[in-house]
Design a protein around this ligand. Structure first.
Ligand code: NAP
Length: 435
């Protein structure tokens, strides 16, 4: 029987699914001692700080993560930062394999004039802000204007637009950060525009998320039915297309056609609107868009523009992976070949394939990386794990420590009628997790 030591860096979905694939691959000949290393004092990655608070069902995958964490051979080392508390070189030497599951957390830039204006916020800041991520509590969000613009036609844009367009009473029973909830309650925003630069047929939304929009209780959702009809004609001319595309267009058609409630909260989805410039003196005041058109299957700019007066712009146009000393970034991802980085270092999840796919996509991705690791394993190393690499006195939050934080948050949530009240202060999180 051989036991291999595997370090997984990043305690998000990709990290947990890698641990699960390793656990499933154990047999009479090999077992794995898995050390999961996480920069934050808390695990679960985007399930904690990315998934929209009004979609609690998606967060139930955390039950799977906790089951994985209870398996023998699994250890959590939270509050340990790669590149600061521990080096990749040391990990490489101490472990038989190191899997980077560090995600993509840097918001991409539009690269247009005015992006630096105040109240032009990247989704990479806005989403963790409303999700009580301890590093984002001080993001300055001003919801004092009637109109907000969200740029991008993906599910993150949709999450953000919903958060802005919902009646805040709907967020009361959720785990939205309490400081953010107060700002949403005082919000003057009543018109939210999602703007996609290409056509409805190119949108990155997924059908289940689109189908939820007409069900919003206090918000009317608008899509121009002409834009959808024209997209359907273009798609019909393409011959056979993926079922997902048809489902998306059908879900959009239902949004365009469903009867409106006549409420004052409106969410508008615009297509073929490419941001050209954000204007304002010091703070966002309007966005100028180039009107695009689809010609011979290609999206091209017209000479026409239109403007939306707005007090807030949120850009939800994708993310890039964080760079670590000794790791190369290519096209926003950790440079890799099918998950192999170099030596005994591997990568999985968004850091590997870029910021695409839902939580479940990480399952197959991680299982492929584990197959590759197993193929390349040599004789097990004889070394201590993370504990031998950290400075003495470093405050690690282990699984028991995390369970204390978790229990405390859930108890506070029960008292407040919420799934949990997240602790947002680093020091308090560490003291809860190490007491
Ligand atoms: P995404 O799905 O890739 O969408 C990004 C959007 O930004 C696209 O519409 C893209 O348009 C647009 N964009 C990129 N650069 C732009 C620019 N310079 N100007 C204007 N628009 C630009 O990314 P995401 O929304 O961040 O989501 C990431 C992943 O997480 C996706 O796979 C998503 O499905 C998943 N997710 C899932 C859920 C859920 O299941 N509920 C929730 C959130 C996120 P082009 O196509 O023209 O490039």
């Amino acid at each position: 029987m051989k036991q291999y030591k595997i370090a997984i860096v990043g305690a998000g979905p990709a990290g947990y699914f890698t641990a699960q694939a390793l656990q499933k691959a154990q047999d009479d000949e090999i077992t794995f001692a898995i050390d999961m290393i996480e920069r934050l004092p808390t695990p679960w990655g985007l399930v904690r700080s990315g998934v929209a608070p009004d979609h609690p069902k998606i967060k139930t995958v955390s039950k799977v993560f906790e089951k994985i964490a209870k398996e023998s051979g699994f250890r959590l080392f939270a509050n340990v930062e790669l590149g600061k508390d521990i080096s990749l070189k040391d990990l490489r030497e101490a472990y038989d394999a190191v899997v980077l599951a560090t995600g993509s957390t840097i918001g991409r830039k539009l690269g247009i004039p005015g992006e630096e204006l105040s109240n032009c916020i990247s989704a990479a800041d806005f989403v963790p802000w409303y999700n009580a991520h301890p590093d984002f509590t001080n993001v300055s969000v001003d919801l004092d204007a009637d109109t907000a613009v969200v740029i991008g036609a993906g599910n993150v844009a949709m999450d953000i637009a919903r958060m802005l367009a919902l009646d805040p009473s709907e967020l009361e029973p959720t785990d939205t950060a309490s400081y953010a909830l107060e700002i949403f309650k005082a919000s003057k925003v009543r018109n939210v525009y999602i703007c996609g630069r290409r056509g409805p047929e190119h949108a990155a939304f997924t059908a289940p998320e689109l189908r939820d929009l007409p069900k919003l209780e206090n918000t009317d959702v608008y899509i121009d039915s002409d834009q959808i009809n024209q997209a359907v004609i273009r798609v019909d001319q393409m011959g056979e297309v993926e079922k997902d595309l048809r489902n998306n267009l059908e879900a959009m058609r239902l949004i365009a056609e469903h009867s409106k409630k006549g409420v004052d909260r409106k969410l508008n989805i615009n297509f073929l609107a490419a941001p050209k410039e954000i204007k304002g003196s010091g703070k966002v005041e309007e966005v100028v868009f180039t009107i695009n058109e689809v010609k011979d299957g290609k999206v091209v700019a017209t000479d026409n523009t239109f403007t939306i007066k707005t007090g807030l712009v949120v850009t939800a146009i994708g993310y890039d992976a964080v760079e670590y000393p000794g790791i190369k970034i290519e096209n926003g991802r950790i440079a890799n070949i099918a998950g192999h980085v170099e030596h005994n270092i591997y990568v999985t999840g968004w850091a590997k394939r870029g910021p695409v796919g839902v939580i479940g996509t990480n399952k197959s991705d991680s299982s492929d990386v584990v197959d590759l690791i197993i193929e390349n394993l040599k004789e097990p190393k004889n070394s201590t794990g993370v504990e031998g690499l950290l400075k003495s006195g470093h405050e690690v939050i282990d699984q028991v420590g995390w369970e204390k934080i978790n229990a405390s948050e859930v108890i506070s949530g029960e008292l407040a009628g919420k799934p949990r009240v997240k602790e947002v202060d680093w020091k308090r999180l560490i003291s809860l997790g190490t007491s």
